[in-house]
Design a protein around this ligand. Structure first.
Ligand code: SF4
Length: 176
């Protein structure tokens, strides 16, 4: 059976969800029997083929995040928002109650040695707030958690590949 292609990306996230994927340890070999990893921080591949599954970690905080999220929507049959930041905006969305101009002034102009808001044309423009992925593109599945456990990610992938309804046991979905 041909392997499924999996792409992953971290947008406005902390890479913790990717670290959780790596926490599969030796079970990664089992996963590698099922999937070929395409564009991903795990492979450092920057171009992107058509994929079966796209995992997006993090929400959209800038224009480049929006561009990449749209690319994943175009290239991936199933797009999955993985982790609290992708699902709700998460920690980066704590800035959402502060107007962008005030945020930039506080960060770059007040009480700093060399005041100045970064304006290099290569820097992506910040959005007015941090958006969860489903507010930018259509999302097929969500996997909550900060981060989702390695076991939850493995089960999630297996259910997607088996075309089964995604259903995780309670112990993978409570965090106290
Ligand atoms: S959900 Fe948690 S672990 Fe994942 S990117 Fe956000 S802060 Fe990091």
């Amino acid at each position: 059976m041909p392997k499924a292609r999996l792409a992953t990306v971290s947008l406005a996230g902390c890479f913790g969800c990717h670290m959780s994927l790596l926490d599969l340890d030796e079970a990664l070999f089992e996963l590698a029997e099922l999937v070929e990893v395409d564009r991903s921080p795990l492979t450092d591949i920057r171009t992107m083929n058509d994929c079966d599954i796209g995992f997006i970690e993090g929400g959209c905080a800038n224009e480049d995040n929006v561009h990449v999220a749209r690319l994943f929507r175009k290239k991936c049959r199933l797009v999955c928002a993985v982790g609290a930041c992708a699902v709700t905006g998460g920690i980066p969305a704590l800035r959402n109650n502060i107007p962008l101009a005030e945020l930039l002034a506080t960060s770059y102009l007040q009480d700093v040695v060399d005041p100045g808001i970064p304006n290099d044309p290569e820097l992506p423009m910040l959005l007015d707030k941090v958006y969860p992925i489903h507010e930018v593109i259509r999302v097929d599945h969500t996997l909550p958690g900060c981060p989702p456990s390695a076991q939850a990610i493995a089960l999630f992938v297996k259910q997607l590949l088996a075309h089964e309804p995604v259903s995780l046991p309670y112990k993978e979905l409570h965090y106290d």
